[in-house]
Design a protein around this ligand. Structure first.
Ligand SMILES: [Cu+2]
Length: 120
């Protein structure tokens, strides 16, 4: 409670100092910091989805892990690469190394889960 009040009052102080000096720099710096923090929050909070095609490099239906050498995934702005995904074990039954597959993924950051996959 006290901490919040202190932060609020120091922010008010910064704002009033800035207004006093008509200096735009501190205000701009504060805005930039806030935007950055919000970008980070949005990136970790909202899962993204994408669709891709590729070749299965490794697959483990028991643990729900698959590695796919995939082409570009436009929705996520990814270039082609080989990478690992998690998946519900049931989804990977019947998928074998070397299979050409089309798949959908969902996730954030570097952690994406295959939500659907089928052989082409
Ligand atoms: Cu990738």
């Amino acid at each position: 409670m006290k901490k919040t009040l202190m932060i609020a009052s120091s922010l008010a102080l910064v704002a009033s100092l800035a207004a006093c000096k008509k200096a735009e720099q501190p205000v701009a710096a504060m805005a930039a910091t806030t935007d950055h923090a919000m970008d980070k929050m949005a990136a970790s909070a909202a899962p993204k989805t994408g669709t891709g095609e590729g070749k299965v490099i490794s697959v483990n239906a028991a643990t729900g892990a698959i590695s796919i050498q995939h082409g570009p995934i436009k929705q996520l702005g990814w270039p082609g690469m080989t990478m690992g995904f998690t998946a519900k074990p049931d989804l990977l039954k019947g998928i074998a190394v070397g299979d050409k597959v089309a798949f959908e993924i969902k996730g954030t950051g570097e952690n994406y889960e295959v939500t659907s996959i089928h052989k082409e």
